[in-house]
Design a protein around this ligand. Structure first.
Ligand code: PMP
Length: 406
């Protein structure tokens, strides 16, 4: 299919017509959370106006409609990821998904003497749950380091994969450096050694065609709000045999077959992991988001964002005293940078006055900041709905505020 008309696509996003501080909004914080097309907002609205009921509990028409909508979203997500629907646990986001793996799979499996391998570029959501597992089981954590361009040092990583390693947890795409990791190759190496792989796909799912089945990992986590969907939605894909072997993480309604005071029979996966009333409207919205992204074509999305990234990188590299962190050849549309003599938060605050929304701070990646030797960075992140004019306006605004801080 032909590439979409990107100017028309942009008009699908009501929020992008806003002004902030008297200036047209230039939203460059999509790695933090993405904006939503009208079709997603309307799907959530329509659910509450016309179909709202709880799932799996009522025989009445609304109950059936709500259940069909929720399970329909699971099927759409399965097609989007190229996996089976009954291997998907619907949850509140990547943070929940990774904690589910840590608590339900790792805690019962790991023991003293085992090791967990993480990478230097992980988000806290893929570090802290593993620290909890390590503390409780006596397992140790080893960290794969990066090269100067912000890529995983693969030789060093493979050297870490010694016999005591049980699990390798890593991000597909870095939220700070933009680095796209060669997860398929890495998972192949891990599998040869019998190591379970957990991939954080938060920053991959919004930007590229995903074929989770072909990656060869054991667990893959995504979060809905970064991929045009509502906040509080996410998905864990797990290999069926692993999922079937995992005890529940939360107990309650929906996750059981029969409850008696002398013993309860749990439901099958994935429902065993979905205790309580889920975020039904959220998943209706995420289903609409997947339809929307599918309509654009993820290959087109990737190509569009690559163009925006190249444009931004080129323009930014001409700003005096500006340093970009992360120069991987395979990179998502995320640019972390600092300008000599200017604090990251000051730059972001002044840019906001110009209508430009970027993120400044540590991006939930303290260990990476420690390695880079900086207190914080600025991060501009782009999505397909951004324009080349916005890239130019952002860089012009940056030049202007830099003068104020110099
Ligand atoms: N991992 C990565 C790489 C992320 O960028 C984020 C979101 N900043 C998360 C995990 C956490 O996602 P959520 O807060 O939606 O659970």
């Amino acid at each position: 299919a032909a590439a979409p008309d990107w100017a028309a696509v942009r008009t699908d996003f009501p929020l992008l017509t806003r002004e902030v501080n008297g200036k047209p909004l230039i939203y460059l914080d999509s790695a933090n959370t993405g904006q939503k097309p009208a079709s997603v907002i309307e799907a959530v609205d329509d659910f509450y106006r016309r179909h709202n009921a709880n799932v799996s509990r009522a025989v009445h028409v609304l109950g059936t409609e709500a259940t069909d909508a929720y399970e329909g979203a699971r099927r759409k997500l399965a097609a989007f990821l190229n996996v089976r629907a009954d291997e998907l646990v619907l949850c509140s986001g990547t943070t929940f998904a990774l904690n589910l793996v840590a608590y339900s799979w790792a805690l019962p499996q790991l023991k003293a003497g085992d090791a967990i391998v993480l990478t230097r570029m992980e988000h806290h959501a893929n570090i802290v749950p593993w620290q909890i597992v390590a503390q409780r089981t006596g397992a140790t954590i080893k960290v794969a380091e990066l090269t100067d361009s912000g890529e995983l040092d693969l030789d060093a990583l493979y050297a870490l994969l010694t016999p005591e390693v049980r699990v390798l947890a890593m991000t597909h795409v870095s939220n700070v450096l933009g680095t796209v990791n060669p997860v398929r190759e890495i998972c192949r190496e891990a599998r040869k050694r019998g190591i379970v792989t957990v991939i954080d796909g938060s920053q991959a799912a919004p930007h590229r065609t995903l074929d989770v089945a072909s990656i060869g990992c054991d667990f893959y986590a995504i979060t809905g709000h970064k991929m045009a969907g509502p906040t509080g939605t996410g998905v864990l894909w797990a290999r069926r045999d692993l999922l079937a072997s995992m005890p529940p993480f939360l107990g309650g309604g929906e996750m059981i077959k029969e409850v008696r005071f002398d013993g309860t029979v749990y439901n099958d996966a994935p429902h065993r992991f979905e205790a309580g009333t889920p975020n039904i409207a959220g998943f209706v919205g995420l289903g609409a988001a997947v339809d929307y992204l599918g309509g654009l074509g993820m290959d087109h999305v990737e190509a569009r964002e690559k163009e925006l990234l190249e444009h931004a990188t080129e323009a930014l590299s001409q700003v005096e005293g500006l340093r970009i962190f992360g120069a991987a050849p395979e990179k998502a549309a995320v640019v972390s940078f600092l300008v000599e003599g200017a604090h990251a938060h000051d730059l972001a605050t002044l840019l906001d006055l110009e209508g430009v929304a970027i993120r400044s701070g540590q991006h939930c990646a303290h260990p990476l900041m420690q390695k880079l030797g900086v207190a914080a960075t600025c991060r501009a992140s782009f999505a397909f709905y951004n324009t080349h004019e916005e890239v130019d306006a952002f860089v012009a605004a940056l030049r202007k505020v830099r003068m104020l801080l110099a």
